[in-house]
Design a protein around this ligand. Structure first.
Ligand code: ADP
Ligand code: MG
Length: 363
């Protein structure tokens, strides 16, 4: 008996020694974290699980590949070739086709507010080249007719071949949806690599995949738009499991001229930066690989910011009545100091007491 005990003890000792001199490691908590500068923003991707390192590097490859196809500043991208084609039809890859096609749907849904054909106007303001300027009304009057979204024609010839064309003079800008699309593809990649949990921050696009290692929700801060340069200045915190959260706001990218501030989200109705009564819009939806909610959240956050509070809430109520699919919730920060949170997030949103906003839950 004594001998049996000492053998078992010896074995146990040996086993714990071989496990790197420590207690056994739960493979779901092994972590890798990488930074990627791409799509005009700084990204951080943290993956967990036994294949976390491979998944993190595959995530970087995926993002770089998407940027190479979708960027309008990289000369050989599908989108640059399309913009330079002067109305001719060009061959494009699946990702560009898919986004051009989805963009038409988001344009219709948002009553024209979300419009990728706004590109010539975005350029006239200098947001593509960082040489900012206020365009003249005469210039805008010439450019606005070029933003008719019906001129954008993606086509699927067969399962492998896709084309697209624009009307002469038109160009498209996927800056308002490319990061959300990348987030959807990251979710697919996490399934492929059997990643139990991950946190991907692609600028204002967050994918909170699964839960945290201790089983609690991920904490996603909603930046206080009044304090854009302070790292820990939040209007509140969202506690999320398996969700996309995408924020758009006029505080992210802007320039000042003649004492006025001009931001990068353009209202297609005027050609001017949207004169919104909101300072930011956050759209939250389930990270479901079948529904592809990441790209939807990105398009809606841009579109609903342009629409303003009243129309954005009407849009949310209509959507909720009409369909169970692609359900989403909102956090709106208003110019007059309120944080408006839709019912479905009432339990998940913790307002920041120090930020001074008044919290409103709406249904
Ligand atoms: P960000 O990309 O800064 O996170 P958004 O998702 O709101 O923010 O997208 C803003 C970008 O989308 C702009 O930089 C521009 O490239 C493009 N854009 C501007 N106005 C519109 C619009 N009305 N519809 C679609 N895209 C737009
Ligand atoms: Mg967007």
């Amino acid at each position: 008996m004594r001998r049996f005990i000492s053998i078992t003890l010896g074995l146990a000792l040996l086993l714990s020694l071989t496990a790197c001199f420590g207690p056994p490691v739960d493979p779901d908590t092994v972590q890798e974290s990488i930074q990627v500068i791409a799509m005009d923003t700084a990204m951080v991707i943290s993956t967990y699980g036994s294949r976390s390192t491979a998944a993190a590097y595959a995530s970087e490859d995926l993002i770089r590949e998407l940027e190479a196809q979708l960027s309008r500043t990289e000369e050989n991208s599908d989108i640059s070739r399309l913009n330079a084609a002067g109305g001719e039809t060009v061959e494009v890859g699946w990702d560009a086709y898919c986004l051009l096609d989805k963009a038409a749907l988001f344009n219709a849904e948002t009553g024209g507010a979300f419009n990728i054909a706004i590109a010539p106007v975005v350029s006239a303001w200098g947001f593509t080249t960082d040489s900012f300027q206020v365009p003249s009304q005469a210039e805008l009057d010439l450019l606005l007719p070029l933003t008719d979204p019906r001129g954008v024609s993606p086509a699927r010839l067969d399962d492998m071949k896709f084309t697209a064309s624009l009307e002469p003079g038109q160009s498209v800008d996927l800056g308002g949806i490319a990061k959300g699309y990348a987030a959807d593809k990251l979710a697919d990649l996490f399934v492929e690599y059997e990643i139990p949990r991950a946190m991907a921050q692609l600028g204002g696009n967050v994918l909170a995949w699964g839960d945290r290692p201790d089983g609690t929700a991920w904490r996603v801060g909603v930046q206080d738009p009044a304090r854009p340069d302070e790292q820990n200045a939040f209007a509140g915190i969202l506690n999320l499991k398996n969700a996309f959260a995408v924020t758009s706001g006029g505080y992210q990218r802007y320039f000042e001229e003649g004492g006025k501030t001009y931001h990068h989200i353009i209202d297609p109705a005027t050609g001017y930066p949207a004169d919104s009564d909101l300072t930011s819009v956050t759209v939250v939806a389930e990270a479901d690989v079948l529904q592809k909610n990441g790209v939807m959240c990105d398009a809606y956050s841009t579109g609903l910011f342009i629409m303003g509070e009243e129309e954005a809430l009407r849009f949310w109520r209509n959507h909720r009545q009409q369909s169970q699919e692609n359900a989403f919730e909102l956090v709106l920060v208003t110019e007059d100091g309120r944080v408006v949170v839709t019912q479905g997030l009432a339990e998940s949103f913790t307002p920041d007491e120090g930020s001074g906003y008044t919290l409103e839950i709406v249904s």
